[in-house]
Design a binder for this molecule. Structure first.
Ligand code: HH2
Length: 273
């Protein structure tokens, strides 16, 4: 078993291919399986360590889709990739994760941190897959309605610590798990930036941290549009570099080449050539 830290050295880029009609920044772009598979291959050529293939949008207000619909969206993409491209399956139900592992997926990204599907942990444990546990306050349908915390960094870390212990108790080795504060999932703009500023609170749990700030609306708001629904590439890159400098390991991004280049420079500064 290769520990997460070796499989994903700091910084590693995770490309995002949403096979959905309604994702907040690339909805509809990759609905065709050939287009989605080509995008995934291109992302790996551009330097992504893994590609996140998602069949369900988690944007604020979204309702969720059935396992059948999720399978209908992601299986043709995984079949076209033929296990040749490292893939992570996003927002998986156990049934979808099982099929994805059969088709060569390496990792599951669960935005509910194993709270939604009681069988998912067993599927990941049995397949020997990697797992990302993410913090979300509430659920996508309602999560952006007045989220409140006394201490956002401490509360997110306490939640992830508990979910990490649960995952390990379910048979998934700690070495295979990374943690994600869930930027934009039940958080205000200020919460999102505080979580990055205080990433050390999360790092203290001893697991690699994944950050997904790419194109999120908080970035658009900070650069001057109070009604922004997405954020620009320049701001996404700045957030990824800031996250890396504060200790993040995996950066989940939509624009792979630009992030790989920026992070290569940031890494040269931090760690030398
Ligand atoms: N963000 C999104 C979806 N999944 N998973 C993790 N671990 N971390 C994140 O920050 C994260 C995530 C939202 O982005 P996107 O996939 O582009 O949009 P949508 O959920 O609308 O498909």
């Amino acid at each position: 078993m290769i520990p997460m830290e070796e499989r994903f050295p700091r910084p590693s880029v995770m490309g995002v291919v949403n096979v959905t009609p309604d994702s907040f920044s690339d909805g509809g772009v990759h609905l065709d399986a050939d287009v989605a598979a080509a995008a995934a291959r291109r992302m790996v050529e551009e330097g992504a360590a893994i590609v996140d293939v998602g069949g369900e949008s988690t944007r604020p207000g979204s309702e969720g889709v059935s396992a059948d619909e999720e399978l209908r969206r992601v299986v043709p993409v995984l079949e076209r990739l033929g296990g040749e491209v490292p893939v992570l399956i996003d927002m998986a139900k156990a049934e979808v994760a099982r099929r994805a592992f059969d088709l060569g997926a390496e990792m599951v990204n669960d935005v509910t941190a194993l709270r939604a599907d009681p069988e998912l942990a067993g599927v990941v444990a049995e397949a020997g897959g990697y797992l990302c546990l993410m913090h979300m306050l509430g659920e996508p349908r309602t999560m952006q309605q007045d989220p409140r915390y006394d201490d956002v960094a401490a509360e997110v870390a306490a939640f992830l610590e508990e979910r990490l212990a649960f995952a390990v108790a379910e048979g998934i080795p700690e070495e295979r798990i990374c943690l994600d504060p869930g930027i934009g999932f039940g958080k205000t703009v200020e919460h999102n930036f505080e979580l990055l500023r205080r990433l050390d609170v999360l790092l203290a749990l001893g697991r690699p941290v994944l950050i997904g700030f790419s194109r999120k609306s908080s970035l658009g708001k900070v650069v001057g549009d109070p009604d922004a629904r997405t954020g620009p590439l320049s701001a996404s890159v700045a957030a990824a570099v800031a996250a890396y400098e504060r200790g993040a390991t995996i950066l989940r991004v939509h624009d792979v080449r630009e992030h790989v280049e920026a992070l290569a420079v940031a890494r040269a500064v931090v760690a030398g050539l």
